[in-house]
Design a protein around this ligand. Sequence first.
Ligand code: PLP
Length: 455
Amino acid sequence: MTTSVEQLKHDNAQYLFHPMAHPAAMRKSRPDIIARGEGCWVWDVDGHKMIDGVAGLWSSNLGHSNRKVRDAIVAQLDELPFYNTFRGTTHPRAIELSARVVQTMQPDDVGAVLFGNGGSDAVEGALKLARQYWKLRGQSERTKFISLKQGYHGVHFGGMSVNGLANIRRAYEPLMPGCFHVDSPWLYHNAYTQDPEELGRVCAGLLEREIQFQGADTVAAFIAEPVQGSGGVIVPPPNFWPLVREVCNRNDVLLIADEVVTGFGRTGAWFGTRLWGVKADLWCLAKGISSGYVPLGATALGRKVADAFFADDGSLGTVSHGYTYSGHPVAAAAALATLDELERLDVVGNAARVGAHFQARMREFVQRYGIVGDVRGVGLMCALEMVADKANRKPVPRSSDLPLRLAREAYRRGAMVRVSGPNMILSPPLVITREEVDHLVDILHATFDALDRAP
Ligand SMILES: Cc1ncc(COP(=O)(O)O)c(C=O)c1O
C-alpha cells in the first residue's frame, strides 16, 4: 500500500528531521517531496515536472534513470547484497572498484583506496590517515590541519572542525582543537586585490605564513576543495593550487583535495585537481563516484602516503578506521557501472562542452539584473550571488527571503534550484544537453524577470 500524498506531507512535517534545516521551519514551509526522476528531469509528489538544476545534490551526474547502473545494482542484489571488508573478509566488487579507482586516477598517482559511505566519511578518512601517516614517518607532532574559510568538508567532527562556514559550526562547538583557517582566494569578496593572479599569490602566501606561524613541524595537512562548492562556487585563480602545492612541498605538509563535489567530471575535468594541474596527497571522493544511486565515499591515498602504510611492519600502520558498510557491494557495483558509463558516454567531455555553454549563458544574469552581483562557476557548477547593493558588492542579508522566493518561483516555473545564503546554486546532471541548459536558463530568466525589483 502506498501512502497518500496528504499523509506524506503530514508525516514529513511531523516526523522527519531534515539535514541543514530547522525542524520547526520545515513544518511552516514544507519541503518539496520529489517522487520520480528520469534523465535530467524530476517530478514532485503532485506530478509537477521540473528540470533538475541540482542533480539531487551535486550527485546524480548520470541523470536519474541510467539503465546500466540500475541493472548492475539489481544484479548485485541477486548475487550478494552485503558482506563486510573488515580484516579477514572482502568481496569481488570492493576489490574491483579499488583497482578501478586507482586505474582511473593513474595520472594522479593514486596508490590505494579506503571506502566509506559518503563525503563526510571520505573527509574523516583523509584527516585520520594524514595524522597516521606522520606517525608512521616518525613525526607524531604533525597533527594540525589548515583549511579555507568558506570551505565545506561535511559534518563529522573532523570535517566540521575544518569547515570554514561559521554558521554551521556554532551549534556543535567546541570542535576539534588544532584546526586553523585562512582566507580563500575569492575574487568577488576579498580585502586584497582585484587582480586574480595577485590574489592567488596573496592567498597561497597566507597559507604559508599560517603554516610557519603554527610551526611547520606541527602541521599535518592543508585541506581544500579545488572549487569551493557549498560555500558559493568560489573558483580560485589558476595559479592558486599550483602555488599551494609548492607551499605544501616546501613545508612538508600533506595536501588533501576534497573532491566530493568536483570529482568525476563536475568541472569538465575528471578531477578538480587536474583542472589546476596539481597532484594531491589524499583525495576525498563521493557523490559522482556512484552518481548518487547508492551512498558511497572513498578516500584515495597518493602513492607516497599509501606506501608508508604498506612499508610499516609494526602495528602503527593498522587502519583503525572504517565502517560496516565500507565498500558495500551494491554501492561498489553502482560505482563500477557509473565509471563505465562516464567513459562510454564521454560524460566528462559533455560537462566541458555543455558546461562552457552553460557558463556563457549564466553570465547573462549579472548584466541583466540589479539583484545579481556576481556569477561564478566552471563546467556544470555555478552560483548566482544576490546583492542588496550591487555597487558595493553587499550580499542580501541572511534575513532576506529573496533567494527563497526566487527558488519558489523557479520551482513553480519548472526548475529545481538550490539556495544557500545569498547564493542560488546550480549543478545539473553532467549528461545535460545544450537544449536542456537553454530550457533551465530560460526558466531562470523568467523567474528573475518576475521578481527583480532592483533598478
Ligand atoms: C566538498 C564536500 N565535502 C564533503 C561533503 C560531505 O558529503 P556528505 O554529505 O556525502 O557527507 C560535501 C557535501 O556536499 C561536500 O560538498
